[in-house]
Ligand binder design. Sequence first.
Ligand code: ADP
Length: 258
Amino acid sequence: MAKQVELRELDVHYGSFQAVAGVDLVVPPCSVTAFIGPSGCGKSTVLRSINRMIEVIPGARVGGKILLDGEDVYGPKADAVEVRRTVGMVFQRPNPFPTMSIRQNVLAGLALQGVRDKALLADVLERSLRQANLWHEVKDRLDKPGAGLSGGQQQRLCIARAIAVSPAVVLMDEPCSALDPISTEAVEKLIVELKQEFTVVIVTHNMAQAARVSDQTAFFNLEAIGKPGRLVEAGPTAKLFAEPSEQATQDYIEGRFG
Ligand code: ADP
């Protein structure tokens, strides 16, 4: 079930360096939100804070609150492993587990959870690959290595792996930046389909992509090198691109910087 993500006064530090300051944003369930903005303004940092992946970086500290359907993901009752299952992530470079077959890749999360029920595993395998629009391409080679697929297929395999554990939210950090235009189109189509069941947040450098796939766009910016990144504005994608409220947003979407 898709969940709402709410960022309240989010601050992130790496050691003494503050990377992000005061981010307030609501990401509604069953929608796609795109994070845009120049390099270094903290988009990936915010994304990695949502599923607590940021914690694996020594010195990284998160302040403020991140709520998943109202539950504080950094609260005393929250468990980082469970948060990462509930909030899946897809990375820039497709990263299937290199020694594993297509089947093992998709089912890796369930295997870690100790699921052994063969009928259930077969069902999750087919459902996840179908949802990732990959089933027809791989159904006759499920026991072949995942690494043997094309780049675009590998990225859809990684998406299948992410959704196989039934997350509520799927985070994507520039998921198409290593893909050719045809694979990009396939992944973009998939992103739009995924919002029927999941809440999706995507970081993208590509404004046309943000406009094509997202319902809401959040524009981040950096006042100066060394200063923290901030959320300048967020709103319905069509409105943000047609009539942004802030001059910096207008300048960015018109390609004047970044
Ligand atoms: P974006 O995704 O918008 O390009 P990032 O979130 O990657 O921005 O980076 C925001 C700032 O935090 C940058 O100044 C970057 O150099 C810094 N940063 C990112 N990751 C780390 C890290 N692991 N350690 C220290 N600083 C980092």
